[in-house]
Design a protein around this ligand. Structure first.
Ligand code: NAD
Length: 344
């Protein structure tokens, strides 16, 4: 593609869409926000005016004006929007997960492959400088043999009830990020166990969902892993990890919100980040920049459709482990596209 900046259209301007909108407008040298659309016309008009970008009345109108689209609509709509982008020949960045349904996920990925359009899925931690550096050093062998992977992902407070109802449940919406990172940092997973509880609000149990989870992993290499997740941590948003190996241990702590502490007699306090936007400003910008760069340079995106499907399958296995109380045994198979965990 001869352009220096990819013209990206953005569909969905809620919590996540606004982050992508600001990044596409201001923080991506290889992309330009070429238009926005949202099911709520007032929301689209407000974002269009704020960022001084065209507002398109429909997704199909958006597709006709751009080189690529970013999809940040509710999860249940993704597969259809990915399919329509592929059929229009547009590269797609799609928020995670691609669908709440495995068959729809596979079909949408197949449409992108058939159309020959790049598809990248929103696993932003793979673009955060700290996580990238740690993973590169693990892969270079500097950690030695990996013994243990541990990670925490906790939201400060729960999303809106209507979001929860369409989220696909805790493991597919939240833990999926950690499962992707586990594969990326340590390797494929052959066993998964899970405990879950609804503790902070009866609304979770009424939806058949949970707000707190512990997931245990056994990797193909023999290493063990543990993930803890919460929808309602209260004190702030946390995303941290540790990988313990025979030669070294890497620890990525949650950074403070500000780089100063306030000292009073016998006390020191510092701010805590409150949400994913505050924790990962660079990662969200870098993932979209990387997407645009890969489309312009004609190279595959760094997170593929196969990665999205693998994380979705692992999240499904965690969900089954929680519901049945039984550890799930998995058989990851190497394919031409990546690794396939099968339907489970
Ligand atoms: N990567 C991350 O860290 C992260 C964080 C939060 C959410 N997400 C993902 O982002 C997606 C959106 O989540 P959110 O929290 O921003 O949701 P949200 O409800 O805040 O926003 C969704 C927006 O999409 C609009 N919309 C709905 N249907 C549409 C359609 N068919 N066409 C155009 N616009 C439509 C809604 O009006 C709303 O403005 C979800 O798939 C979620 O899993 C990812």
């Amino acid at each position: 593609m001869g352009r220096t900046r990819l013209r990206v259209g953005l569909a969905g301007l809620g919590r996540m869409g606004r982050i992508h909108a600001a990044n596409l407008a201001w923080h991506c040298p290889s992309a330009r926000l070429a238009g926005v659309t949202d099911a709520d016309a007032a929301v689209a008009a407000a974002v269009g005016a704020e960022l001084d970008v065209p507002v398109l009345p429909s997704y199909d109108d958006l597709l006709s004006e751009v080189d690529a689209v970013a999809v940040a609509t509710p999860t249940g709509t993704h597969a259809d929007l990915v399919t329509r982008a592929a059929r229009a020949g547009r590269a797609v960045f799609c928020e995670k997960p691609v669908s709440l349904d495995r068959r729809a996920t596979v079909a949408a990925l197949a449409e992108a492959t058939r159309a020959g359009v790049p598809l990248q899925v929103g696993f932003h931690r793979r673009f955060d400088p700290d996580w990238v550096a740690a993973t590169e050093r693990i892969r270079a062998g500097e950690l030695g043999r990996v013994y243990l992977f541990r990670t925490s992902l906790r939201d400060m407070r729960s999303p809106r009830p209507d979001f929860l109802a369409g989220s696909g449940g805790f493991f597919v919406d939240v833990t999926i990020h950690d499962l992707d990172v586990a594969r990326w940092m340590v390797g494929e997973i052959v066993e998964i166990g899970a405990h879950g509880a609804a503790l902070s609000d009866p609304a979770f149990a009424e939806l058949g969902d949970i707000d707190t989870a512990l997931v245990t992993l056994r990797f193909e290499s023999g290493a063990l892993g543990v993930i803890d997740n919460s929808r309602s941590a209260g004190y702030g948003y946390e995303c941290s990890t540790e990988v313990l190996g025979s030669a070294a241990t890497v620890r990525i702590d949650n950074p403070p919100r500000h780089h100063y502490r306030w000292l009073t007699p016998g006390q020191a306090s510092s701010g805590l980040v409150r949400d994913f936007q505050e924790r990962y400003p660079w990662a969200y910008a870098a993932e979209i920049e990387s997407f645009a760069r890969s489309v312009l340079d004609g190279v595959p995106p760094r997170v593929t459709g196969a990665d999205a499907l693998a994380a979705f399958d692992l999240a499904g296995a965690a969900d089954r482990a929680w519901r049945t109380g039984r550890t799930q045994v998995l058989t990851p198979v190497q394919t031409a596209d990546g690794v396939d965990y099968g339907a489970g």
